[in-house]
Design a protein around this ligand. Structure first.
Ligand code: 4AD
Ligand code: MG
Length: 442
């Protein structure tokens, strides 16, 4: 009978039919002279293929190597209980062909990946590493999480925008800017789309973007990339409380939407068997109380002194604190002098701002959010405090002239969100080809 060409994800619905499947040899095992089991991988799934009798005796069968590409033909059948095949289904091969043979011996795929423990070699070989079960699972979940964010924002009537990446303005501090030549002029790679999102409010209403941000981070950490995927949203006519609520609602809804797909849920638990759903509401902690928390728990600087009000809480103490607390925390109201120029000051305490970071256990900060300055004079002061020359920001400043409004928004680092969700050691394992200090390849 003719065979229908299918992807492995369609195997179950084609049970008892004759199909053709093409893919890569993921695993193989021979049993005696007359039986061969191949686990085939096509990116959509894994399928056990069973070859018997003369099919096992050919030269191709005897010399088949991992990662070779093959096409197999045969009937899909359900296996009896107790057999271990992916999804408990098997393709009984009646014909097969080799499309391309991968090298065996010293050049074999597994040798390349296993012989070297050095992580930098694994990043060099990332194009092969992503064929592995865990690396590909993380990328599959990443795709699903992106879809969940888009579905979430659509459900809230936000409009998606795609802002430019080459810009003339710094937003999150000059020290992490990448610059490049632009027709003889120096411009930067964007650190955040926030300022553009703000300009869209009077035009498109509440907006979001999922786009790349760039930061020249000099330090090697588990959570810093030079290029990362930034989920950002901006909303008009909201309060600081609305903003915090919005972030909490989004994080929980995105987790729910992602886990609602049973295949994706399985991958999440494969990577993070101890994953627990979030409990609402999240804890809130003012920055000034966090400073006290660090003192009370004897979390100090390297020189043994305490962090004081007005100082930035770096990654290490932040993580020590959040891991002790063990659940999500909104860290609120940071002092103006350690935060960006655009942040609105609190009405009841002008030293601090309507700003909030969402911290997650194992990662720390995954979201940075704030209400924005609405008043023109206050914004001009903000530029001055940060030593920013206002001229190239004229279009941003104009928002405070042509119908200003209370507004705020946030940025979430997609790789940090995934590192938390999937319990990965580093954000580098949560993107396709990570960019970090000294690495821009493959
Ligand atoms: O806290 P950040 O710098 O805030 C902003 O850029 C705001 N303008 C966002 C906004 O309000 N629209 O960055 C936001 C988030 C961080 O919480 C973190 O998750 C992520 O972006 N992030 C990074 N992720 C990976 N590598 C880096 N180097 C990152 N820098 C920031
Ligand atoms: Mg931040």
């Amino acid at each position: 009978p003719p065979a229908k060409k299918i992807k492995i994800s369609q195997a179950i619905e084609n049970r008892d039919h004759r199909v053709k499947v093409s893919g890569w040899v993921h695993r193989q095992r021979t049993q005696g002279k007359d039986m061969k089991f191949i686990v085939l991988r096509d990116g959509a799934g894994y399928l056990q293929c069973f070859l018997s009798g003369r099919l096992c005796h050919s030269y191709d069968a005897l010399t088949l190597t991992l990662e070779s590409t093959i096409s197999v033909y045969g009937i899909i059948s359900e296996l009896p209980e107790g057999k271990t095949a992916p999804d408990n289904h098997e393709l009984r091969v009646d014909y097969w062909e080799v499309i391309h043979k991968a090298p065996g011996g010293d050049d074999a795929f597994t040798n390349q990946l296993n012989s070297e423990a050095d992580p930098s070699v694994l990043y060099d070989l990332r194009h092969l590493v992503i064929r592995g079960e865990n690396a590909s699972a993380a990328l599959k979940v990443r795709s699903s999480v992106l879809k969940s964010f888009r579905d979430h924002f659509a459900s809230k009537d936000l409009t998606e925008i795609t802002p430019p990446s080459m810009v003339q303005t710094q937003v999150e501090g000059g020290s992490t800017l990448f610059s490049l030549q632009y027709y003889g002029e120096m411009v930067y790679l964007t650190q955040t789309a926030q300022l553009y999102l703000e300009t869209c409010l009077p035009s498109l209403g509440d907006v979001y973007t999922i786009s790349e941000s760039f930061r020249a981070e000099k330090s090697h950490t588990r959570r810093h990339l030079s290029e990362y995927t930034h989920v950002e949203a901006e909303m008009a006519f909201i309060t600081f409380d609305d903003l915090i609520e919005t972030v909490e609602d989004m994080v929980c809804d995105v987790v729910d939407r992602t886990l609602a797909d049973p295949k994706i849920s399985q991958l999440v638990y494969q990577l993070n068997p101890n994953f627990k759903k979030l409990e609402r509401p999240f804890m809130r902690l003012d920055y000034k109380d966090a400073i006290q928390y660090l003192k009370d728990h004897n979390i100090t600087k390297d020189d043994g002194t305490f962090y004081e009000f007005g100082e930035d809480i770096p990654e290490a103490p932040e993580r020590a604190m959040i891991d002790k607390i063990g659940k999500p925390v909104f860290l609120c109201r940071f002092p103006a002098e350690i935060k960006a120029f655009y942040m609105k000051k609190c009405v009841d305490d002008r030293r601090v701002t309507e700003s909030v970071d969402l911290l997650m256990p194992t990662v720390g900060e995954i979201v940075g959010a704030s209400m924005r300055i609405t008043d023109l004079e206050e914004l001009l002061e903000g530029y001055k405090r940060e030593g920013i020359e206002p001229t190239p920001y004229y279009w941003y400043t104009d928002q405070r002239k042509f119908g200003t409004c209370e507004h705020g928004g946030f940025g979430l680092g997609l790789e940090r969100f995934l590192a938390w969700l999937l319990n990965r050691k580093t954000v580098r394992d949560c993107c396709l080809y990570p960019r970090f200090t000294e690495r821009c390849a493959p």
